[in-house]
Ligand binder design. Structure first.
Ligand SMILES: Cc1ncc(COP(=O)(O)O)c(C=O)c1O
Length: 369
């Protein structure tokens, strides 16, 4: 039944959110019978001591979380060799990405983004009425320095890239990042969500370059996606502007406790990171043997071009019918790719077995899978 009053109330409001009406709605939440390899989660338990810190934090459930995330920021500053005013803590790094767009962009401004990249940025730019200038990766997935420094990106308010990049998994040497940061007069937002699976990181550049802002998250390499802990690291003045517009009590007491505890337990994750890198290689080889073309990855996922004849969405549907979830992307050039996160050994065995079975059905020219 159309509600005339509601329609009139809605049309009297700003239409900013209207532009998202056309975006595809989310599918229903998958139950536990699915193997979830579509969001780059890290499917292992937290170390026992981290878990205990969360349980004892529950005893403080009646208190608001600490103002300005002070203890968590101190712990991060200590772990990363920075001062507290060089650190902002977020409800996941996506909260901090949102703050960057709100703090630094006005309508009609532009952001230069290495593309393909993390698609959430498009939504954030749209919300600000700003434009994303897609800067394509070079064929070898290195930075197109000329285009970033002298093309239309020159006028962008900031340059955004993820290293390792999502969804390609590719990694740019830190020396190239430093070259960009040195030569550019823009803010460089470097999203290091997957950096613990990579050979290097850009933390050491922070002290030398005031225009570098780094994002980190505990969602991927620290198995805490559901807890929502992320950090922004950069110059105190940049950090200060973001903190000025941040929600009070943006995190909760469990996030604080787990974040502080993880920062003191980084060594406990070494085995996890070793396992993921090893498994990534094993699955990459298995997929290659089945005719996929896999981009060498430095993250906890693989982007694989599917064998000729079918596209990524076809494989997604076939895998989904076997209760395995992977990701596909609408961007031009990625239609024939699937992205698969590295899960537990048994999850990856099930994934490879399903791909093998589907490949066989393709070879025997079955229409469906
Ligand atoms: C490149 C990149 N940045 C940021 C995020 C968001 O992470 P968080 O869970 O910290 O919000 C993701 C999540 O997939 C990502 O791929």
């Amino acid at each position: 039944m159309p509600d005339a009053k509601l329609q009139s109330v809605l049309s009297s409001l700003s239409q900013v959110a209207r532009q998202f009406d056309a975006l595809p709605s989310k599918s229903t939440a998958p139950d536990d019978s699915y193997i979830k390899l579509n969001k780059n989660e890290n499917p292992f338990s937290l170390p026992t001591v981290v878990m205990r810190s969360a349980i004892s934090a529950l005893e403080r459930q009646y208190l608001y979380p600490e103002d300005d995330n002070l203890s968590l920021r101190d712990a991060a500053a200590n772990a990363y060799g920075l001062s507290r005013d060089q650190v902002i803590a977020g409800n996941g790094s996506s909260e901090l990405l949102g703050l960057i767009y709100r703090a630094f962009l006005a309508p009609n401004d532009s952001v230069a983004m290495m593309s393909p990249g993390f698609s959430f940025n498009r939504k954030l730019a749209m919300l600000q009425g700003a434009r994303i200038l897609d800067i394509g990766w070079s064929e070898t997935y290195s930075l197109p320095m000329e285009r970033l420094l002298r093309g239309p990106a020159k006028d962008a308010k900031f340059i955004l890239l993820a290293n390792p990049n999502n969804p390609t998994g590719t990694f740019v040497p830190v020396a190239d990042i430093e070259c960009l940061v040195t030569q550019s007069d823009r803010l460089i937002v470097l999203d290091e969500a997957y950096v613990d699976f990579a050979p290097d990181n850009a933390l050491r550049l922070i002290e030398r370059h005031s225009n570098l802002f780094i994002l980190r998250t505990f969602s991927k390499s620290y198995a805490a996606a559901g807890i929502r802990v992320g950090f922004g690291l950069g110059h105190p003045e940049v950090i200060g502007r973001l903190r000025n517009i941040q929600n009070v009590f943006n995190m909760n007491v469990i996030g604080h406790a787990i974040g502080i505890s993880i920062l003191s337990q980084c060594a406990a994750y070494e085995e996890n990171h070793r396992y993921i890198k090893h498994e990534r290689q094993r699955v990459s080889v298995a997929l290659s043997q089945l005719g996929f073309s896999v981009i060498p990855s430095h993250a906890n996922f693989l982007l694989a071009r599917v064998p000729l004849g079918r596209n990524g969405s076809w494989w997604l549907t076939c895998l989904e019918s076997r209760k395995i979830l992977v990701a596909v992307f609408p961007e031009k050039g990625l239609e024939n790719c699937i992205r698969v996160s590295i899960g537990t050994r048994s999850q990856m065995d099930a994934f490879v077995a399903a791909v093998r079975e589907i490949s066989r059905s393709v070879m025997h020219e079955h229409v469906g899978c």
